[in-house]
Design a protein around this ligand. Structure first.
Ligand code: NAP
Length: 315
């Protein structure tokens, strides 16, 4: 397989890079100023058979059209929103992702964000570090156990969040396109009804045309000044400017965000708010999970080029 050219879109994991280099001829898109420069200058461009991308740079129409020999996209992510799936289907390009291996980490982080927002963990930490504790006690915060939790998208990650929240004594409700076989969880087919009936709204669905800005002004207002929103899905699930105004105006109780509309840009206004916790898209970023994701990317490519069934096929 050493003669097979694989294009990696940016340096997402040094372990993955090493494992790919052991098996394939690895080309690095980030060694070139732009895709156009790569296409112009790299002598192997026509022989690239595989692309390895992720949530930052995936495989859009322009990249796919630049690689005439492309046969497979193996993404280092479970989300598929950075891949032009329609074009892949049209051109018969196979697509794989990394489901399941990352579910626990993202669900753990969602619970961490809920606790951090309600119990003001980051502010508390600063309070101790800057010596304020010596001058008096920290303010009271809000209890998480027993709250009603609404989950947008009860897939692998959404279900793992629900399971964890149940252990905190929370009442679980969810929105998805079809009702799931969980008798203890209340199903909603309408996001406004879900938001009205919960205190914590967690976004865990796939980003599609339908779920773009699914959390809009109306949804935020339905959640209300005591409610909090947690986003471990994708930034574009939330209308960010509406979120910012709701938080500034006190119409929403707080937010815990791992993802943003224009990463790595984060709205300046959020940085001054104590009821907001912002993370740099680290849902899956543990040693254990990143290595497991990398292994799955490589195993899918090996399976494809050895004419074996793909481990986690999407298309
Ligand atoms: P999954 O198992 O495919 O779950 C996605 C869920 O979204 C499905 O259960 C689907 O439910 C629901 N959904 C799709 N369209 C919907 C709609 N219009 N309304 C309501 N629900 C809808 O995927 P997963 O493994 O749980 O991952 C979910 C997402 O998490 C990924 O797509 C990714 O964007 C994000 N993620 C983020 C991080 C991070 O670092 N923050 C890491 C990993 C993943 P129905 O089909 O029943 O509607």
């Amino acid at each position: 397989m050493e003669s097979i050219s694989v294009l990696m879109t940016w340096p997402m994991s040094s372990y993955l890079e090493t494992e790919l280099e052991k098996r394939f001829k690895l080309l690095k898109l980030w060694s070139y100023p732009s895709l156009a420069d790569f296409v112009k200058e790299n002598e192997y461009v026509n022989s690239v058979k595989a692309v390895v991308g992720d949530t930052r740079i995936g495989a859009d129409a322009q990249l796919i059209d630049s690689l005439p020999g492309l046969e497979i996209v193996s993404t280092y992510s479970v989300g598929l929103d950075k891949i032009d799936l329609r074009k892949c289907k049209q051109k018969g390009i196979r697509v794989t992702n990394t489901p399941d291996v990352l579910t626990d980490d993202v669900a753990d982080l969602a619970i961490g964000l809920i606790l951090a927002v309600f119990r003001r963990l980051c502010v508390c930490d600063g309070f101790v570090r800057n010596g304020s504790w010596k001058k008096g006690d920290f303010a009271l915060t809000t209890k998480f156990s027993g709250k009603s939790v609404g989950i947008v998208g009860l897939g692998r990650i959404g279900s793992a969040i629900a399971k964890r929240a149940e252990a905190f004594g929370c009442k679980i409700s969810y929105l998805s396109r079809t009702e799931k076989p969980y008798p203890n969880y209340k199903y909603y087919s309408n996001i406004l009804d879900l938001a009205t009936d919960c205190e914590v709204l967690v976004v865990a669905c796939a980003l599609t045309e339908e779920t773009f800005h699914i959390i809009n002004r109306q949804v935020i207002d339905a959640l209300g000044p005591k409610g909090i929103v947690i986003n471990i899905g994708r930034g574009c699930h939330i209308d960010e400017s509406e979120l910012v105004s709701a938080l500034m105006e006190g119409r929403l109780g707080g937010a815990g965000l791992d993802v943003f509309e224009r990463e790595p840009e984060v709205p300046e206004e959020l940085l001054g708010l104590e009821n907001v916790v912002v993370l740099p898209h680290v849902g899956t970023d543990t040693y254990e999970t990143c290595d497991a994701m990398a292994d799955l990317v490589v195993q899918n490519l090996e399976a494809y080029f050895q004419n074996k069934p793909l481990l986690t096929p999407v298309v």
